[in-house]
Structures are given as structure tokens and as C-alpha cells.
Design a protein around this ligand. Structure first.
Ligand code: ATP
Ligand code: MG
Length: 418
């Protein structure tokens, strides 16, 4: 089965609102094994919406629409669907009762314009909206199933998950496309690509490709065919990619590096403290983004000034005077100070030049020293990170997580990225 995702709204075409509904719906359909063929966005005009509906219905078996179901004059999707079907709008008794109940139980008066939301094209059915006023719509337009959902992301997601998804599960055919995504960090996209080059032949099935987002290189696998075959192929290729990329792979789908580190720390019952300079607390934020991180994260310092490094972490003023705040010695002392003062098993220290100012020929912008202190040893590494200030900070925090993870796994960082 293939589909078109149709988004309605002037705020979307003008760029004032980011179309998050389309990406969410695209991912949902893909996961179901339905192939989204196009994402179409149209402003709040009845004629163009009706034309877009007809065109989508000629092209695909499924059309999922979001937006323009509200009570105001610029909400015209309902009328446009009626126009595309060549039908009149009729009042839906159940939808009207639902609307009246919605307002009654909130003690609010229903305006005349709200009644528009109880209308549906004659052959369409209404879909209940459990978190807003506008019911959704379902209709057959030619040979295509058309579902219309509200634009408000929360209402759209709830309606899709509760009412539309179960129906689609019942009508996806035996042939489908299954998607797998393996996330890696620590090696550039081209180097990752080199290791799996033979799997990335154009037009192959399963198809394998790479994408990059915020320094994370993801390997995507698409297998198209009978469901059981596609599932087997996906599992087989996951195995091959995992073997080729080893400890670079930290998770799948939406998994974050910070969650992978958290799982290892929790499993090994180890605790962590951080001392950050150039990342300004970003590492601590990432770590504490994970629910349950209080099990292993004890304390984090943001020691931006030299005096803070000395007073808070016990860094020797002579080391700063001799080597500078961005140096191996200072990173080591920060990691050790954090570990000891927080009584943690592991301390992390980060100090670097995030830019745009402050770079020198010896320490250009992007120079970051990263240290890890444990009961056994203190290790430090110099990173040369590309990009502007925000990227340098982000990569430094991610690299700290990646190195922490490799240490916890007992693998040699140099071996992983070689
Ligand atoms: P309402 O009853 O709120 O009018 P509606 O179905 O008419 O519902 P819209 O008016 O199109 O929906 O949008 C309502 C809100 O949802 C707006 O704030 C809009 O910016 C947001 N929204 C609409 N479509 C999208 C989308 N595709 N992605 C993200 N946000 C969206
Ligand atoms: Mg609206």
C-alpha cells in the first residue's frame, strides 16, 4: 500500500510553523509497512485543497490529511473534501451530540461556528476526537481511503493512534517495506560508509544508506517484500552492520547516546560526576535528560573561570599558569577533582576552545581536552572538533559520552575509531 501525506495550513506553507505532523505521519506509515510516496502542503484555500485531494487519491491508495478542521473561516478541509467527492455537507447527529456534550461538561457556550464541525460530506464517516472539538473524517475518494485529522499535533497523533492505525493494520497487504535504523557515533559518515560499501549498492533490496544528524551517523536499512521475508532480511542485515561497525553502534531508532551510557552505568552500579568548562553544562544536561539518571549521576560542575577550576575542583593554579586552561593537565585535574569531590566512581573533565574567538595557532578553535578519571587511571585525549561554537560544544559533550561508553564496555577507543 502507498500513501500521500497532505498537510493543510497557511502557517505551514509560509514557514511560520514547522510541519512536524508530516514527518511524524511519514514515520508511522513507514513503520506500518506503507510507503509514503509524497508529502504535499497546501494553504487554507478550498479549491487547491480539493484539487490536491483528488490528485493524491488518483496516485495512491491512502491519503492522510491533517489540518483545517476547526471552526473558523480559514478551516476549509471539510468543505474541500465535499467538493472533491462532489457531495453536500450533512449534519452528523452523533458528532453534534459529541460537540454539545464537550461544551456542556466544560460549562462553555457553543458558538454557531462550532456547529460546522458536526458537518461531514454525505458519504463520509466521522472519527471521534477525544482531546479536542473537531471530529476527524474518513471517506472513499475513488479507490483511495482518505482520513482527515485535526492540525493540532496532539489531537492528530491521538486520533491516528487510536482510530486510524488499527484500521490500516487490517488493510496492509502481504508486501511491505520495513525500516531499521542503527545509530553510530565517533566516526565520520564516509568512513562508516567505507565499512559497509558492499551493502550500499544502488537499487539493491534490502537497500542500505547512511544519514547524519547532529554528529550521529545512522545506517538505514529498507527491506521491501513479503512481511516475513522483509523481517528476516532486516534482522540479517542488522547483524551484518553490527558486526562491521562494532562498538560504534550505540542504539537503534530514536535511542540516544546518553541513554546507552546510562544503561551501562546502572548495570555496573557505577556513579559519575562531571566538570565542564567549554560545554557549559551540556554534558550534565544530556545525562540528566534520561529518566532515572539520579541512580548514577551524582554532581556536575560548570567551572568557566580559572578561579572556579581552582576553588571548586582543586586544579593547581600553576598548571593553569604554565599550560593554560585548555590543556591536558587541567582536563585531568578537572576529572580527578570532580571524581574525588563528588565521591563518584568516574569523573569526566572537559576544557576547550569553542570559539569563535580565543583560538591560537597552538590551540585553534575546536581544540578540546577530554579526561576520564577512574579508580584505576586517568586518561586524556585531545580532540580537534570541526564547526561553529554550538557544534564544537555539542560534539565535545557527545564525544565525552562516547568515550565513557567505550570505557564502560571495556573497549579501546583508539581501536573502535581506527
Ligand atoms: P483547530 O480546531 O485548532 O482550528 P484545525 O484542524 O483547524 O484545528 P489547524 O487550524 O490547521 O487545525 O491547526 C491548529 C494548530 O496546529 C495550529 O497552531 C497549527 O500551527 C498547528 N498545526 C497545524 N498543522 C500542523 C502541522 N502539519 N505540523 C505542526 N503543527 C501544525
Ligand atoms: Mg484551525
Amino acid at each position: 500500500m502507498d500513501a500521500v501525506v497532505l498537510s493543510i495550513g497557511d502557517e505551514l506553507v509560509s514557514g511560520l510553523t514547522v510541519n512536524t505532523n508530516a514527518s511524524w505521519l511519514g514515520a508511522q506509515l513507514t513503520a506500518l509497512g506503507i510507503a509514503p510516496r509524497a508529502h504535499v502542503t497546501v494553504g487554507d484555500q478550498q479549491g487547491p485543497i480539493a484539487r490536491a485531494l483528488r490528485k493524491a487519491a488518483e496516485r495512491c491508495e491512502l491519503v492522510i490529511v491533517s489540518g483545517g478542521l476547526g471552526p473558523t473561516d480559514d478551516d476549509l478541509t471539510r468543505q474541500a473534501l465535499a467538493e472533491a467527492l462532489g457531495e453536500d455537507l450533512v449534519e452528523d447527529a452523533k458528532a453534534r451530540a459529541g460537540l454539545e456534550a464537550f461544551f456542556a461538561c466544560r460549562g462553555r457556550k457553543m458558538s454557531g461556528s462550532n456547529m460546522v464541525q458536526a458537518l461531514r460530506p454525505a458519504s463520509a464517516t466521522c472519527i471521534e476526537n477525544t482531546c479536542g472539538t473537531a471530529p476527524g473524517l474518513m471517506a472513499m475518494l475513488g479507490t483511495a481511503r482518505v482520513y482527515v485529522t485535526p492540525g493540532v499535533p496532539r489531537e492528530m497523533k491521538e486520533m491516528f493512534t487510536r482510530s486510524i492505525l488499527p484500521e490500516l493494520q487490517g488493510c496492509v497487504g502481504e508486501s511491505c517495506t520495513l525500516l531499521g535504523k542503527l545509530n553510530t557515533f565517533g566516526m565520520g559518515e564516509s568512513m562508516v560508509g567505507e565499512r559497509i560499501k558492499d551493502l550500499m549498492t544502488r537499487g539493491a533490496n534490502p537497500a542500505v544508506g547512511t544519514t547524519v544528524h547532529d554528529g550521529v551517523v545512522s545506517v538505514r536499512i529498507y527491506a521491501t517484500g513479503a512481511r516475513a521475508w522483509a523481517a528476516d532480511e532486516l534482522a540479517r542485515l542488522r547483524g551484518v552492520v553490527n558486526t562491521r561497525l562494532g562498538a560504534l553502534v550505540y542504539g537503534e531508532d530514536d535511542d540516544g547516546l546518553e541513554a546507552a551510557v546510562g544503561q551501562l552505568l546502572a548495570a555496573r552500579k557505577l556513579t559519575l560526576a562531571t566538570a565542564e568548562s567549554c560545554t557549559g553544562g551540556l554534558l550534565a544536561q544530556l545525562i540528566t535528560d534520561v529518566p532515572g539518571s539520579s541512580r548514577y549521576f551524582l554532581r556536575g560542575w560548570v567551572t568557566y573561570a580559572d578561579a572556579a577550576k581552582v576553588e571548586e575542583l582543586g586544579v593547581a593554579p600553576e598548571a593553569i599558569a604554565r599550560d593554560g586552561a585548555v590543556s591536558e593537565q587541567v582536563a585531568r585535574a578537572m576529572a580527578t577533582g570532580a571524581r574525588e569531590r563528588a565521591h563518584a566512581d568516574i569523573g569526566v573533565g572537559i576544557t576547550g576552545v569553542a570559539g569563535p574567538q580565543g583560538g591560537t595557532p597552538e590551540k585553534p578553535v575546536g581544540t578540546v581536552w577530554l579526561a576520564l578519571a577512574t579508580d584505576a587511571e586517568v586518561t586524556a585525549v585531545r580532540l580537534m572538533l570541526p564547526g561553529v561554537r554550538a557544534q564544537v560544544r555539542q560534539r565535545a559533550a557527545q564525544m565525552a559520552l562516547a568515550r565513557l561508553r567505550w570505557w564502560l564496555m571495556g573497549v579501546d577507543a583508539a581501536g573502535v575509531t581506527r
